[in-house]
Design a binder for this molecule. Sequence first.
Ligand SMILES: [Zn+2]
Length: 80
Amino acid sequence: MPDIKTVNGPPGNTCPIYLNDMKKINKNWHLAHVMPKNASLEQRIAWHLEHQENCGCRPIPKLLLAAMEKRKAAVGTAAG
Ligand SMILES: [Zn+2]
């Protein structure tokens, strides 16, 4: 029977630094791209778009994906 280890993360703490023992983290990228504590939605979207290109430690939150879809709809069809 395989052992299932529970991952303990600080609840409510989204600071990327504590993720440094997770797989696929691009620590250098995180050090160079620290999310501002009071980041606006635009900033967070931009951060996550860059993040997913450079690091695979966590996916884009559904809330942001939904906001991005709304933005796309507002801008219209992207030409390329
Ligand atoms: Zn990451």
